[in-house]
Write a protein that binds this ligand. Structure first.
Ligand SMILES: Nc1ncnc2c1ncn2[C@@H]1O[C@H](COP(=O)(O)OP(=O)(O)OP(=O)(O)O)[C@@H](O)[C@H]1O
Length: 589
């Protein structure tokens, strides 16, 4: 929790004030009821009106104070918390943008990134406004009433203390344990229901085609029913705890009356302490609600803390003294660069065999390298490692002799970038999707990138042109159009080293060759280009072709030599030539 505390430090004063105001509100409410009780009981004895005027004024004063204090507390608390949230969000954004290798960040690189981070950050708001402030106020009130009871009706103090203890300690501990247990039971069920719902909607066409819609719907219904049963059982236990809390409040008040009666405490004091005890225990039940909420918040808070502990310092502020030493940031070279990868290895969690092992590669300005190989060989992994999107298990990637990591995060995309597997197309306009790589690009540069990617005709057909919204994940585009839009974005970004993962996927062979030739021409002599491709004809102009099989470079050389060397390349080349000539081929890419 320490990074959170560090961020909260500037707002500690406001938060403390909010806590005091919350306690003041509860105390004013309590004093209101206690004074009103005193007034009623005393008035029953028909004293002169003058004896009651102070109490009557006090009742009005406490009523007004309660409302005013509540307003001030909400204002101060929300002001502090919203300011803190802004800092937390800025820091988390910086971590996400800067530190793809942090395991806590890597977990977030999935489709639910946005919703997960947004709801996790809200947990910080809830922690302060719904846990810390109300719990602190409740405890102040509880302790205050026990002390007051001790002063004005001594023998009743232990009874009030017992009620407060049950409401502020025993029940919250039970509530906390219950919610933790519920979380362990419910979370996997909820995840299952969510996955099945998603499968039913996203996979509706496939399920219908396979005649499996009925079975999948039944399964989802069964999971939802199981979840509902578990949730209603847990809700029952929760309501029982609430009932016990209310019972404790009533019993405390009754206990006060009995004990005070036996000890001969004055009737007015008894009534006032009994009502005060009733209210104090009810206020202390706020700790039960806070404990439940805290139990729910623990996991999101742990995720936020893990994220905040990332390397945000790299971009947000200088690394704190005593923190992990970052390599000194070298200024990224502006012109052509050489990239060297040595002994690269990489793997994935839960996969025993390495996805990549012992890969060496040198790219000079103007180099053209193709990476080919069977499906699942590790080609995309190689590109992801070169781009710093996937952490290498071993080996180094350096640009102009300096480890890529040593360049400032904000400049790395200018050095190495491109088009990666399953490139995401954002639910935004074509223009916004393209400008992502280079926000300052001119319309002429946009036009050029679109032309290189072979999208000009498609764009001309869109009535809104660059303002066409492409739909969620490019849903309003065909697979080939989506790929070309992502390619145009990569071309526009124009890093020093272009890494392109199947840039012409989804295109007919002739169009694929044309687009690839255009891309290579656009890269020019200053840029080096690495292309992952399944199309072997058309690689004659490349300086080097790497044949990757099972994570290792099985063959490398110029395409003309590989064609005549026995191996995967020669076999595959022959198969593709036959297929192009119209002969069916048993080999698959
Ligand atoms: N996120 C992941 N988690 C676990 N294993 C993965 C993951 N991504 C890839 N792999 C595995 O790593 C190996 C290499 O995958 P990679 O995507 O690099 O292959 P590829 O040569 O690009 O394949 P393709 O040509 O089909 O795109 C494969 O066996 C794949 O199953």
């Amino acid at each position: 929790m320490s990074p959170l505390l560090t961020l909260a430090k500037p707002y500690a004063g406001r938060l403390l004030l909010a806590g005091l105001l919350a306690a003041g509100t509860e105390l004013a409410g309590l004093a209101l009821l206690a004074t009103a009780t005193w007034l009623l009981v005393t008035a029953a004895g028909q004293p002169p009106l003058a004896a009651l005027t102070v109490a009557i004024a006090a009742v009005r004063g406490f009523a007004v104070a309660r409302g005013t204090l509540r307003y001030a507390e909400r204002l101060t608390g929300h002001d502090a918390v919203l300011r803190l949230l802004a800092s937390v969000r800025a820091r988390i954004f910086a971590v996400l943008a800067s530190d793809r290798r942090n395991p806590a960040v890597a977990r977030y690189r999935t489709g639910d990134l946005l919703s997960r981070v947004v709801s996790d950050v809200e947990a910080v708001q809830d922690l302060l406004l719904r846990v810390v402030v109300p719990a602190a106020a409740a405890i102040v009130v509880g302790v205050g009433v026990v002390i007051t009871a001790g002063v004005y009706a001594g023998p009743t103090a232990p009874v009030v203390a017992a009620g407060v203890l049950v409401a502020a300690v025993v029940l919250p501990l039970l509530g906390y344990a219950m919610v933790r247990r519920a979380g362990r039971l419910v979370a996997p069920l909820r995840a299952q229901v969510a996955t099945e719902a998603l499968d039913l909607t996203h996979g509706a066409a496939e399920l219908a085609a396979a005649g499996a819609t009925g079975a999948a719907t039944d399964q989802a219904r069964r999971s939802a029913a199981r979840l509902a049963t578990v949730e209603s059982r847990l809700a029952g236990v929760g309501s029982a705890l609430d009932a016990v809390g209310l019972l404790a409040a009533g019993l405390t008040a009754a206990g006060v009356v009995v004990v005070a009666g036996r000890a001969g405490v004055d009737g007015v004091a008894t009534a006032v302490v009994a009502v005060a005890a009733l209210v104090a225990v009810e206020v202390c039940l706020g700790v039960l609600a806070a404990a439940r909420r805290f139990a729910e918040l623990r996991e999101p808070l742990a995720r936020v803390t893990a994220l905040l502990a990332g390397r945000a310092g790299e971009v947000a502020e200088p690394a704190a003294a005593g923190g992990v030493a970052e390599p000194a940031a070298a200024a990224a070279p502006a012109g052509p660069v050489s990239l060297t990868a040595a002994g690269l290895a990489a793997g994935y969690p839960g996969r025993a065999a390495p996805a990549l092992a012992g890969v060496d590669l040198t790219l000079r300005p103007g180099s053209r390298v193709a990476v080919v190989g069977p499906s699942g060989a590790g080609k995309s992994t190689l590109l992801a490692v070169l781009a710093g999107l996937h952490p290498p298990a071993a080996g180094t990637v350096s640009v102009d002799g300096v480890a890529v990591d040593a360049y400032p995060v904000g400049q790395r995309h200018r050095l190495v970038g491109g088009l990666f597997a399953e490139a995401h197309v954002f639910h935004a306009t074509v223009r916004a999707n393209l400008l992502l790589g280079r926000p300052e690009a001119t319309v002429a540069e946009l036009d050029r990138a679109v032309a290189v990617a072979g999208l000009t005709e498609w764009l001309a057909r869109q009535p809104a042109g660059y303002d066409t919204v492409v739909g969620e994940d490019g849903a309003q585009l065909s697979g080939g159009e989506r790929q070309r839009l992502a390619l145009a974005r990569a071309v526009l970004a124009d890093p020093a080293v272009w890494l392109l993962d199947e840039p012409t996927e989804g295109l007919a062979p002739a169009a694929a060759d044309r687009v690839l030739a255009g891309v290579l021409a656009a890269a020019g002599p200053a840029r080096s280009v690495v292309v992952v491709t399944h199309r072997l004809p058309g690689l004659a102009g490349f300086d080097e072709v790497l044949v990757v099989e099972a994570g290792r470079v099985a063959q490398r050389g110029r395409a003309a030599d590989l064609v005549t060397t026995p191996g995967w390349y020669a076999d595959q080349y022959a198969a593709q030539q036959l297929a192009a000539a119209g002969y069916p081929s048993p080999a698959s890419p």
